[in-house]
Ligand binder design. Structure first.
Ligand code: SAM
Length: 482
């Protein structure tokens, strides 16, 4: 039996199976313990601290008690606090990105993923550099500024050199006023040396979903290929950090294992990163298993309903207040609308999960990774966000200003978010409206920007932001940032 140790670099010690089982038993035993639950909720609340806010976050045990509590009244309080944290730290801003699928060649045998090596129904495709450039032009023409690149694991077809070449191509395409300013990367676990190369190529966040923290299930769900190695996969973020990447994104694929187990494992992973590297995950994604070529999600026993999904998201918000939460187009407009108020800070928009999907007119289903539920255009997503009371943001400033790792936390604590992230969101939205929006979106957006400029507390910052927005509208100037 491996002893639980968040500071250990060994997967079985920082994601200790015994500690997860003990946590689940503790949560079950205390799920009606009102005194304890009140204390945990009070701890989770954001506290005013001079000009800014601080938030203690919750341990995996505390958050697991909340997740287990089945009194609907507790559920409502969790949702209220999730929204309070969201507003204190992220305001009403929602960052927008799109995935870009480079290649679906894959040597792994993941039983839930259509890319699995034995799937003969899926045509294999890998973008050439010309095709990457065409995809980027199509994405820029929609208004995207931030991408997450995706690829299957195949050392022959998708070696690290190929990924690096694609990143280089993506950053080099400048079409009309378009530019991709941040490339996040979601590729298989790799070596420190390769992470260093990704860092040097200028990536934003390195994203890797754990899929499941349950080792026995993991080994069954990944029966063949390099991804079968649970320890190598689970320890990937430590190697990424050793390679100099200090923004890493975690996630589990909900539906594969019991959600309470995954939830505890996910938070233990976050605690481990904090304990070893002094900085927690930059983002957490909450994908749910979807139908895809050769994949029927009903064959997996652990699917979760929308209410449970919403509760998990809200509890993550309480546990790791400084970590962004990402929700993709795997989810419908209805689910996304609900989750936006529970702490989500990033959404994808107008996604195509097929290789080469953006530059083809029709939605190509044959090379798709999974069915997309939200199929709206980016313009529709932007307008919907604004009508729901959010500010769509195309901001990439933090990463470009070197504000990575734990710097976001210090922005929150010193209250500089309102003078920095808020105007950056407004200026990038102004760019979007001017270059890409429909007349309706433009008029909703311009009115919103006008109102929101008044909410920049620092007078000087407000004046500069107002002048920059004017220059975007009237002088065709771009790329301002605080
Ligand atoms: N190949 C990379 C790896 O090994 O981590 C990651 C790229 S893969 C394109 C991105 C993610 O899609 C996977 O980590 C998995 O969680 C998710 N995924 C795979 N099959 C899925 C399905 N049927 N429904 C929803 N998401 C799925």
């Amino acid at each position: 039996m491996a002893l639980y140790d968040p500071k250990s670099l060994k997967a079985e010690e920082f994601i200790s199976h015994e500690e997860i089982l003990d946590t689940l038993a503790y949560a079950e035993a205390h799920k009606n313990d009102r005194e304890l639950i009140d204390k945990i909720l009070e701890k989770a609340r954001p506290k005013k601290n001079g000009a800014g806010y601080t938030c203690a976050g919750l341990s995996h045990r505390e958050a697991s008690v909340l997740l287990s509590a089945d009194d609907p009244e507790i559920g409502r309080r969790i949702e209220e606090i999730a929204e309070e944290i969201k507003l204190a730290f992220y305001g009403t801003r929602i960052v927008i990105f799109a995935p870009l699928y480079l290649s679906n060649y894959c040597v792994n045998g993941c039983t839930y993923c259509p890319y699995h090596a034995k799937n003969k129904c899926i045509p294999r495709k890998k973008l050439t550099q010309e095709e990457v450039a065409r995809e980027v032009v199509a994405l820029q023409d929609m208004g995207h500024k931030r991408l997450a690149i995706e690829a299957g694991e195949d050392p022959k077809n998708n070696p690290i050199e190929y990924i690096l070449e694609c990143i280089n191509t993506i950053y080099s395409v400048k079409h009309k006023n378009g530019a991709i300013r941040r490339v996040n990367v979601n590729i298989a676990a790799t070596t420190v040396e390769n992470y260093r190369k990704l860092k040097e190529a200028g990536i934003g966040t390195y994203i890797l979903f754990q899929e499941t923290y349950h080792k026995e299930s993991y080994l069954e769900l990944h029966p063949t290929g390099p991804k079968h190695d649970y320890d190598y996969h689970t320890e990937a973020m430590d190697r990424a950090m050793e390679g100099g990447i200090d923004d890493v994104g975690l996630g589990v694929l909900f539906g594969l294992e019991r959600y309470k187990y995954e939830f505890a494992g996910l938070l233990m992973h976050a605690e481990h990163l904090e304990a070893v590297h002094g900085v927690g995950p930059h983002t957490i994604s909450v994908p749910r298993l979807k139908r895809a070529s050769d994949i029927d999600p009903t064959q997996f026993d652990n699917g979760i309903d929308d209410d449970t999904f919403a509760k998990i998201t809200a509890c993550i918000r309480l546990a790791v207040p400084y970590t962004g939460i990402i929700i993709s187009t795997r989810e419908s407009e209805k689910v996304r609308t609900r989750l936006l108020n529970l702490g989500v800070s990033q959404v994808s928009g107008a996604s195509r999960t097929s290789v080469g999907g953006y530059s083809s007119e029709e939605r190509e289903h044959d090379t798709e990774q999974f069915d997309v539920s939200d199929t709206r255009t980016l313009d529709e997503v932007v307008c919907w966000l604004m009508e729901q009371g959010h500010i769509p943001s195309f901001c990439t400033a933090c990463y470009r200003e070197g504000r990575t790792g734990d710097r976001f936390m210090s922005l929150c604590k010193t209250g500089q978010i309102a003078n920095c992230c808020h105007p950056n969101a407004l200026m990038t939205l102004a760019e979007y409206l001017t270059d890409y929006a429909s007349e309706k979106t433009k008029s909703v957006g311009r009115a919103l920007i006008e109102r929101e400029l008044n909410n920049i507390p620092n007078e000087k910052a407000q004046k500069i932001a107002r002048e920059n927005v004017r220059a975007i509208y009237e002088e065709d100037r771009r790329d301002f940032r605080f």
